[in-house]
Design a protein around this ligand. Structure first.
Ligand code: HEM
Length: 413
């Protein structure tokens, strides 16, 4: 009897190899950092990256511990302002933002910044955003392609904040250029991504000076001040914050903080819809699905992929001994994929119950503008969908901006 020899099973088609980002600061611009983030959250909750000389907090518990620790500061004590920025106008903004300081005066200033933004009427914000979106349609032209979608993503949110501050429309072009220049120089000086060049530094200082001059002029002209600027001055007076430059810098801070973040969340939400036709149909049928969709995008494709902290003194974090000055990269995006925070964290589910997300941070530096930001993003996406944004053309021309911490999709050919 001859043995029957069965043919060997056909090999499974090879999956494209997954290349992890080289390190955590390369992850925000990686096409898909999530398998890497998920693995870190589960397997390496808190570790030292010897090659790069920094610590990494990846699990939800470690991230929360760092963000709520009194020992972990937003800047090293020895260098509150990056040396490269010192002596120029960019340092005047950088060193005064509540986001980047932990000194004693900060607590009251943060309270004023928070109270002011939370006192703004969301109905007024929505009306302003819809009106500005319609104006932008005229300014950007009748064709909505990938380039004008990207322009809209960046323009609408920051211009709504500018209107809330009282900045007039004829300055919007300048303001966006100055914010971009200041932001690029500050990120380069603070993180090295992109590399700081003399040109970046020069235009960063120029942009910062121009922003400062403009905000001072608006702040000093009572009739011109918008409701957000009014509220900031009112709260600052009530709480006894009387350093004028602090108020000007933190009024600008509302735009600085929200600029790339809101644009990024709009872009990532459009991508989520482009990749999931059934979800797109659901949202087209009922725009009330947009809100939970944006919340799930913020959890699953986190805009502020990471932030960072520095040790104020020797101490213990997540059971490890750290030294004064040590840098910790805090992976909000990894923590959002930790099964201890959300069951089945890799499942994209807009109906997820009791969703937990660290997208807006935690502890004393938590974002005070989560509601305003999410509302503006929702109106922007709603508007783009109504105008027939070409979702199918976004993925083929997708790239991510060079950044060590923020995940910003760009659509350009
Ligand atoms: C989708 C949009 C946004 C996201 C994802 C976001 C996220 C964050 C995160 C994660 C932090 C904490 C950073 C840290 O702990 O190191 C933060 C801080 C902050 N955000 Fe937002 N943000 C957004 C929009 C905005 C907007 C529109 C404003 C202003 C109107 C704003 C104002 C601030 C301020 C002032 C801080 C500093 C708080 C402090 O350090 O005490 N953010 N944001």
């Amino acid at each position: 009897m001859t043995a029957r020899i069965s043919a060997p099973p056909a090999p499974a088609p090879a999956l494209p190899a997954y290349h992890s980002p080289a390190h955590v600061r390369a992850a925000p611009s990686h096409p898909d950092p999530y398998p890497y983030y998920g693995r870190l959250a589960r397997e390496r909750p808190f570790f030292r990256d010897e090659a790069n000389g920094w610590w990494v907090a990846a699990s939800a518990a470690a991230v929360t511990e760092v963000l709520t620790s009194e020992t972990c500061l937003t800047r090293p004590l020895s260098e509150p302002i990056p040396v490269a920025l010192q002596g120029g106008a960019a340092a005047e903004i950088f060193g005064r933002l509540v986001r980047l300081r932990d000194d004693e005066a900060r607590a009251k200033l943060k309270e004023a910044v928070t109270n002011a933004v939370r006192s703004i009427d969301l109905g007024e914000v929505a009306a302003l955003a819809r009106r500005r979106a319609a104006e932008l349609d005229d300014e950007l032209g009748p064709t909505l392609d990938e380039a004008s979608t990207t322009q809209f993503m960046f323009a609408l949110p920051v211009q709504v904040i500018a209107l809330l501050l009282g900045i007039s429309r004829d300055r919007f072009g300048d303001v966006m250029g100055w914010l971009g220049a200041y932001g690029a120089a500050a990120a380069a000086a603070g993180t090295g991504i992109p590399a700081l060049t003399p040109e970046l530094l020069r235009s960063g200082h120029q942009g910062a000076q121009a922003l400062f001059d403009l905000a001072s002029a608006v702040g000093n002209a009572e009739a011109q001040r918008g409701p957000l600027f009014q509220a900031l001055l009112r709260e600052a007076t009530r709480l006894g914050c009387d350093e004028e430059k602090d108020l000007i810098a933190n009024a600008l801070g509302y735009m600085v903080q929200g600029f790339a973040a809101m644009a990024s969340l709009i872009g990532s939400t459009l991508l989520a819809l482009a990749r999931r036709p059934e979800l797109f149909r659901q949202v087209e049928a009922d725009r009330r699905y947009l809100r939970p969709l944006i919340q799930e995008v913020a959890r699953c494709d986190t805009v502020t992929s990471s932030t960072f902290r520095f040790m104020a003194q020797d101490g213990e974090i997540a059971g490890h001994g750290l030294r004064r000055g040590d840098l910790i990269i805090v992976l909000l995006a990894a923590a959002n994929r930790d099964p201890a925070l959300n069951p089945e964290p890799d499942r994209f589910d807009i109906a997820r119950r009791d969703r937990k997300s660290l997208e807006f941070g935690a502890g004393r530096h938590a974002c005070p503008a989560d509601k305003v930001a999410a509302l503006i993003v929702e109106i922007a996406v709603d508007h783009l969908l109504t105008r027939g944004v070409p979702l199918e053309r976004l993925e083929p021309c997708l790239s991510y901006a060079a950044s060590g911490h923020v995940r910003t999709p760009l659509f350009k050919r």
